[in-house]
Design a binder for this molecule. Structure first.
Ligand code: FBP
Length: 552
C-alpha cells in the first residue's frame, strides 16, 4: 500500500492523555463516587438492571494498584456508523492492556457486533495496529449495525469469549450500541459469566452526550471537515455572487452537526430541526422563511448565499412527521395492494386516497421526486430512511416556486439560481483531529482502567475537554444512569436518552442572537482545513459547541 506523507507522519503522533493516566499504570486506583439513578423511569430500569442500576460513578487517583498486572484478554467491537478516532480508541486500549501485562491479548470482533456472535475474531497485534494509529476509518476490524439484543445472541457472545479466554468486551458505539452494552453487561453479571462490558461514546451526530459525557468522539473531526467544505463554498459564493448553496449535513435526528457548522462558518441560514418542531412550523412556513431571506438579500443586490440543512429535518416538521408515520403504517399494512401499483400516478392516487386529509395536503405540495423518496424502502424497523430524502433539493424546488409567486406579486425582484450539496460520508473517516486523536486514545486507555478495576456496565468517560489534555478528568459512568424507557417499535424499551439540540443552551442561543445579522449581511467565516501540526490554538481546539457549553 502506498502511503500519503500525512499518513506516514500521523503514525508517529503521540496522543496526549489526562495527567492521571500518564502515571505508572500500577499507581492508578479507582475511586467510587456517589451512587447514581437513571435519567427516567427509575423503577423500571432498576427492575431490568438489578446488578448495574444505581452503581457508583468512578474516578481515578494515585495509589498502589496490586490487581493491575493480572493477565486479561479483552475483546473489542466497533459498532454503527464510522467516526474519526475509532482506531485510536483501540490503540489506547491496546497500549494500556500491554502496559499492564504484555502477555494479555486484545481480540477484535470483525464487522461489528455480528463478529462476536459469529466468532469472526482476530488478535490485534502491535504490528497489525501500527498502520492504523491516528488514522480515520473503522477498517482495522470493520463495523456493522447488527443489534446485540436477544438472549440467543448473548449466549453465542459468551461462547466466543470463553473460546479465547476473554474476560472483558469493549463496545465502541452510539446510544443504541451502548444501550446494548448495558443489556449485555447485565446479562453476563446475572449469569456470573465473569465477562465485563465497557462502552465508549462514539458518533459524529453528537447526540450521545449529557452531564457526564461532554462530547461523543468523531463529532469534532466530522464537523471540522464539513465546516472546511462549507467555508470553501462560502468563499466561492462570495466570489462569484451568483448561487445559493443548499447544504444538507449528516446527523440523522439531532441538529448538533448543522449548528456546530453554522457556528464555525456563519452561513446566511441554518435550519434547526428542534426549533422547527417546537414552533410547529409547517413545511410552507420553512420555505417562506428561506424565501424571505433570499428576497431581502436580493434587495441589497446579493443574489447568493449559503443555507445549512440538518439531515433529519423532515421528521421534525410536525405535519411531515405525521405524514411519514401514516405512510409507515400504510406501507406495512397494505404492502400487497401497494406493490401491485404499476405507475407513479397510480401510486400517488393510492396514497392520496388512503391518508388523512391533512397528510394528503402535505403530500400534494411535495415535489414529485420527494413523494417517491418518502415511499422508498423502509429500514429494518419499518422507518423511512431520512438520509436518503433529498431535503436540499426539495427546499430548492419549493423556494424557487415561492419566489416565482412573490415575483408575480411584486415582492421579489432578484435572480435565484441554487445548487445542492450533501456532506456526510466525506467527514466520517477523516484523519482524526488532534482533539479526536487524543480524546479517543484516552477513552480507550481509560476503558482498560475500568476493566482493571473489575467494573462492568460503565461508559468510559473523559471530561473537562475544553481544557488542555493534561487537565482532562478520566472516569467511568454507569450506563444505566443515562437510561429511561421509550417506545421502540410499539414496545417500551430501556434506552439511553438521545441528546437533541437544547433551545435554551448556549450554542443555540449564540446562533439565535446572531442569525439575523448573518442572514442579511455576509459574515462568512472560512475555517480552512484541519491542522495537525502547528500552534495549539490552531491544532488542538475543539468545537464551538463545547466551548460555548463550557462558557469559554
Ligand atoms: P451512528 O449513529 O451509528 O454513529 O451513525 C450516524 C450516521 O453517520 C448518521 O449521521 C447517518 O444518518 C447514518 O449514520 C448513516 O448510516 P449508514 O452508515 O448506515 O449509511
Amino acid at each position: 500500500m502506498k502511503l500519503s506523507p500525512l499518513q506516514k507522519a500521523r503514525y508517529d503522533y503521540a496522543p496526549k492523555l489526562p495527567s492521571i493516566l500518564t502515571e505508572s499504570i500500577d499507581t492508578i486506583v479507582p475511586v467510587k463516587g456517589e451512587s447514581t439513578t437513571p435519567e427516567g423511569n427509575a423503577d423500571q430500569i432498576k427492575a431490568l438492571f438489578p446488578n448495574t442500576c444505581g452503581i457508583e460513578k468512578i474516578s481515578f487517583a494515585k495509589g498502589k494498584n496490586k490487581e493491575i498486572n493480572i493477565l486479561r484478554n479483552v475483546g473489542v467491537i466497533l459498532s454503527g456508523g464510522q467516526a474519526p478516532g475509532g482506531h485510536n480508541v483501540i490503540s489506547g486500549l491496546f497500549d494500556a492492556i500491554k502496559k499492564a501485562n504484555p502477555e494479555s491479548k486484545l481480540y477484535g470482533f470483525k464487522g461489528g457486533p455480528s463478529g462476536i456472535i459469529e466468532d469472526d475474531t482476530m488478535e490485534i497485534t502491535e504490528d497489525y495496529l501500527a498502520k492504523y494509529r491516528n488514522t480515520g476509518g473503522f477498517d482495522i476490524i470493520g463495523s456493522g449495525r447488527t443489534k446485540l439484543e436477544t438472549e440467543a445472541q448473548f449466549q453465542l457472545a459468551k461462547k466466543t469469549c470463553e473460546k479465547y479466554g476473554i474476560s472483558a468486551v469493549v463496545i465502541i458505539g452510539g446510544d443504541d450500541s451502548n444501550t446494548n452494552a448495558a443489556v449485555l453487561a447485565e446479562y453476563f453479571l446475572s449469569k456470573k459469566a465473569g465477562i465485563q462490558v465497557i462502552g465508549c461514546p462514539k458518533t459524529i451526530d453528537g447526540d450521545l452526550k449529557n452531564d457526564s459525557i461532554e462530547i461523543s468522539f468523531g463529532f469534532d473531526t466530522a464537523t471540522k471537515t464539513y465546516s472546511e467544505l462549507i467555508g470553501n463554498i462560502e468563499r466561492d459564493a462570495n466570489s462569484a455572487k451568483k448561487y445559493w448553496h443548499f447544504i444538507k449535513v449528516m446527523g440523522r435526528s439531532a441538529s448538533h452537526i448543522a449548528l456546530e457548522c453554522a457556528l464555525e462558518t456563519q452561513p446566511n441560514i441554518c435550519l434547526i430541526s428542534e426549533e422547527i418542531e417546537k414552533n410547529e412550523t409547517s413545511l410552507s412556513g420553512v420555505v417562506e422563511g428561506i424565501a424571505k431571506v433570499v428576497a431581502k438579500r436580493a434587495d441589497n443586490g446579493n443574489n447568493f448565499g449559503v443555507i445549512i440543512i440538518p439531515e433529519g429535518l423532515v421528521e421534525f416538521i410536525p405535519e411531515v412527521k405525521a405524514l411519514i408515520n401514516e405512510l409507515n403504517d400504510l406501507l406495512a399494512k397494505e404492502a400487497k395492494s401497494y406493490a401491485s401499483l404499476k405507475t407513479t400516478q397510480a401510486t400517488i392516487e393510492f396514497i392520496l386516497s388512503k391518508v388523512t386529509e391533512k397528510s394528503a395536503r402535505v403530500f400534494s405540495i411535495l415535489p414529485a421526486s420527494i413523494k417517491m423518496q418518502l415511499l422508498m424502502d423502509r429500514d429494518p424497523h419499518g422507518n423511512v430512511q431520512v438520509s436518503r430524502i433529498e431535503t436540499d433539493k426539495m427546499l430548492i424546488e419549493m423556494v424557487d416556486k415561492k419566489l416565482e409567486e412573490m415575483k408575480s406579486e411584486g415582492k421579489y425582484n432578484g435572480k435565484f439560481s441554487a445548487l445542492n450539496h450533501f456532506f456526510g460520508y466525506e467527514g466520517r473517516c477523516a484523519f482524526p483531529s488532534n482533539f479526536d486523536a487524543d480524546y479517543c486514545y484516552s477513552l480507550g486507555f481509560n476503558a482498560f482502567m475500568l476493566i482493571a478495576s473489575g467494573l462492568s456496565g460503565y461508559l468510559s468517560s473523559v471530561k473537562n475537554l475544553s481544557s488542555p489534555a493534561a487537565e482532562w478528568v478520566a472516569g467511568g459512568i454507569p450506563i444505566t444512569m443515562m437510561m429511561n424507557m421509550e417506545q421502540r417499535n410499539g414496545e417500551l424499551k430501556p434506552v439511553i436518552k438521545k441528546a437533541l439540540v437544547e433551545l435554551d443552551g448556549a450554542p443555540f442561543k449564540y446562533y439565535e442572537k446572531h442569525r439575523e445579522l448573518w442572514a442579511l449581511e455576509t459574515c462568512f467565516i472560512f475555517p480552512g482545513a484541519i491542522q495537525y501540526y502547528g500552534p495549539a490554538e490552531v491544532c488542538d481546539i475543539t468545537t464551538r459547541t463545547l466551548a460555548l457549553e463550557q462558557a469559554k
